[in-house]
Design a protein around this ligand. Structure first.
Ligand code: HEC
Ligand code: HEC
Length: 289
């Protein structure tokens, strides 16, 4: 077989292995390599002696240090729980938000816990800062659908809104247009009326035509002056804050189809301490009453 002469004259000092004409020289391994190799062997033996290493039928060799990451993590968690335990116990007993607010350590703990639970569970709908999106209320302002006291907020979080929980907030605004409760002209007039309630520009004659209809159809929930009713989750229609949008088209859609936004119940998914922490956090976002 032809040899590649660029690699110098052939010697017989090969291992005798040959693959497709490529032969393997039997040169000594580099010294640094051999020393490193022996060092790793020594290290492995030392490691077997001191650390958990060999699997057996009923477990594994524990090593002289009896080291266990699992035990270390368990110890860390136990330490953390011991450190938090006192705060959590106090949180569980809280009934008024002042009890937390007047205790700087507990407040700091609660807000940190609340922010983290909020990020995990609520931010998808309410935004990472609770700023809200159309249909998902802003939790930073002082306009509340279902009341902004600590107890109200806690109740809302616990049982949700139209969530199907038996203690959830219910009340559903009718789909006045879709279900034929009001004719299209009346709905148009009502849109003008609602826009004018919040100080916007709309046809005054149309709004006036809708005034008696508003008293008849809407006042029971939104109040005779349109100021809303937290017992029924009916928004204040006179302010500039809109859950679904204050433009003509959004209001028209609201009146035609209803909305009936759903907020899940958190009872059973979060612990009482977590719900309390969230209620304090939301209350503290700025608009708590
Ligand atoms: C699936 C979406 C969704 C998630 C997740 C969600 N919410 Fe809501 N939330 C809503 C909707 C929709 C409303 C308004 C319902 C309505 O029309 O009355 C609401 C209303 C509220 C209200 C009442 C606001 C008011 O003005 O009275 C509070 C407080 C609240 N959410 C807090 C939370 C907290 C805290 C969490 C996390 C544990 C959370 N929400 C998770 C959808 C959600
Ligand atoms: C049974 C109670 C009830 C009645 C009656 C009712 N509403 Fe509502 N309305 C609500 C509730 C609750 C909401 C909150 C939105 C939701 O369903 O998620 C709402 C929301 C609205 C909104 C949206 C406000 C926003 O911020 O986006 C408008 C506008 C509105 N109603 C106007 C009316 C008008 C006009 C009438 C009469 C034709 C009426 N409502 C009758 C309960 C009622």
């Amino acid at each position: 077989m032809a040899r590649n002469d660029k690699r110098g004259p052939a010697t017989d000092d090969t291992t005798g292995h040959e693959w497709d004409g490529i032969r393997e020289f039997n040169n000594p391994l580099p010294r640094w390599w051999v020393l490193t190799f022996y060092a790793t062997v020594v290290w492995a033996i030392v490691y077997w002696v001191f650390m958990p290493a060999w699997p057996g039928l009923t477990g594994y060799t524990k090593g002289l240090r009896n080291h266990s990451e699992r035990a270390n993590v368990a110890a860390d968690i136990a330490r953390l729980e011991a450190a938090r335990g006192a705060s959590i116990k106090r949180l569980a007993a809280v009934t008024r938000v002042e009890e937390v607010e007047n205790d700087p350590d507990l407040l700091q703990f609660t807000l940190a816990a609340g922010a983290s639970i909020f990020g995990d569970n609520c931010a998808t709908c309410h935004g990472s800062g609770g700023q809200g999106f159309p249909g998902y209320p802003n939790l930073n302002d002082d306009s509340w659908l279902w009341g902004g006291s600590f107890a109200d907020i806690k109740q809302t979080i616990r049982y949700g809104i139209r969530s199907g929980h038996e203690k959830a907030h219910v009340s559903v605004m009718q789909a006045f247009g879709r279900d034929g409760l009001l004719p299209p002209e009346t709905i148009s007039d009502l849109v003008a009326h609602v826009i004018r309630l919040s100080g916007g520009e709309a046809d005054a004659a149309a709004a006036a035509r809708a005034a008696p209809v508003f008293q008849q159809q809407c006042a029971a929930c939104h109040g005779p002056a349109g100021k809303g009713d937290p017992l029924q989750g009916a928004p204040d229609l006179t302010d500039a804050i809109w859950l679904y949008g204050g433009d003509r088209k959004s209001i028209h859609t609201t009146l035609t189809n209803g909305r009936a936004g759903v907020m899940p119940a958190w009872e059973g998914r979060l612990t009482q301490d977590q719900i309390t922490a969230l209620a304090v956090y939301v209350h503290d976002l700025g608009g708590g009453q």
